[in-house]
Design a protein around this ligand. Structure first.
Ligand code: FAD
Length: 325
């Protein structure tokens, strides 16, 4: 199905919210006096299978963009930060939206909406970190449309899921002309709004090892107002043995670096060590030193580093409480 679209109708409220909230867009808006509200015209395609969608990506190359929830892509197009010639809407492809446990893995389909993740009983039981994170993403309207696949594929360090995926050691499944390939999350984000996805690949699934006994996780972000992007955000996933020794640890940081950041030195400070106020303080200090926040309307670099340290401490304590529950 192909249509020529000359104007997207998106609520001005949504766009204004987006401009107001996102640090990067806000500064460009002010500094460059960008005021376009109308996207460039494009061809709209709506394939009904993944194979068909990949063929369209192969045919149109860099000129094409996948559309999932549209809640990052369409604002970017209206601001002319993205001007794709072709939009490939994957919403009519069946079988891309699910949350299930299979073979020791939690599997989430790329088209699963934030609202479904927020209310999933399976996730509430085994991965409460997903309830933590989704209820902090924007507002219910955005969560009704935005997808987990789009949130990751966008490659935005201000988005909340990337840090959670780093903490959980997720694997991203990309489907392309040669079939599926598994991309470890540490190899997925590699530049400003850049991911390891090739132009002819679609993110189709996220896989996460199911927690063992003694495991807990938690996410929180500091936000100026409800629904805001993070001033700083921290995700922690850990396993404790009966001696309170940390036998696995993942820590991811939101919006304090040009790319989503794993706090590696903090993880090393805790791995194999007893969880004490002193080891936790050391981990918090390392995270605040190793991130690279920029000063902006959300606060100075110094303030953000201090908030990272506070949040790392709090999220370790919260994850540990859940691990012991
Ligand atoms: P889309 O907008 O459809 O796509 C985003 C990008 O990813 C595009 O480049 C697209 O081509 C690509 N893409 C999408 N799906 C795939 C796929 N399956 N395979 C390959 N490429 C793909 N996010 C947060 O994390 N935290 C917030 O606090 C937050 N606040 C927001 C506030 C507002 C007002 C708005 C409008 C958005 C906010 N967002 C926030 C972003 C929101 O979560 C987006 O929905 C999300 O970033 C993108 O998901 P999407 O499904 O809408 O993707």
């Amino acid at each position: 199905m192909i249509f020529k679209i000359t104007q997207i109708t998106i609520s001005p409220t949504l766009l204004n919210c987006f401009n107001d909230l996102h640090p990067f867009r806000h500064s460009l808006f002010n500094d460059l006096k960008i005021n376009s509200m109308i996207a460039q015209s494009f061809q709209y395609e709506s394939p009904s299978t993944i194979k068909e969608a990949i063929e369209l990506l192969q045919k149109h190359g860099d000129e094409a963009k996948i559309l999932s929830g549209g809640h990052s892509l369409i604002p970017m197009m209206k601001l002319r930060f993205a001007s794709p010639e072709y939009i490939i809407d994957i919403n009519r492809i069946p079988g891309l939206s699910y949350i299930k446990e299979e073979g020791g893995m939690l599997k989430i389909g790329a088209l699963t909406r934030e609202a479904e993740i927020e209310h999933s009983d399976l996730l509430k039981k085994h991965f409460p970190i997903f309830t933590d994170v989704t209820k902090l993403i924007a507002d219910p309207q955005v969560r009704n449309m935005g997808t987990i696949g789009g949130n990751l594929a966008h490659g935005d360090a201000a988005n909340d899921h990337p840090a959670v995926m780093l903490a959980l050691n997720a694997t991203v499944i990309a489907t392309g002309p040669e079939g599926e390939r598994a991309i470890p999350i540490d190899e997925f984000f590699f530049g400003f709004y850049q991911t390891a996805l090739q132009p002819d690949e679609i993110l189709t699934e996220i896989q996460i090892p199911v927690s063992q006994h003694g495991t807990g996780s938690a996410y929180h972000k500091l936000e100026r107002k409800v629904g805001d992007y993070a001033t700083a955000g921290v995700a922690v996933h850990l396993t404790l043995d009966k001696n309170n020794t940390c036998t696995s640890i993942g820590i991811g940081l939101t919006n304090v670096n040009p790319t989503p950041l794993r706090a590696s030195r903090s993880e090393q400070a805790l791995f194999g060590k007893e969880l004490t106020e002193s080891t936790i303080a050391q981990a918090a200090q390392f995270a605040s030193e190793d991130c690279s926040p920029s000063s902006d309307l959300r606060g100075s670099e110094e303030y953000k580093r201090a908030m990272v340290a506070v949040l790392v401490k709090r999220m370790i304590h919260k994850a540990a409480e859940r691990a012991k529950a």
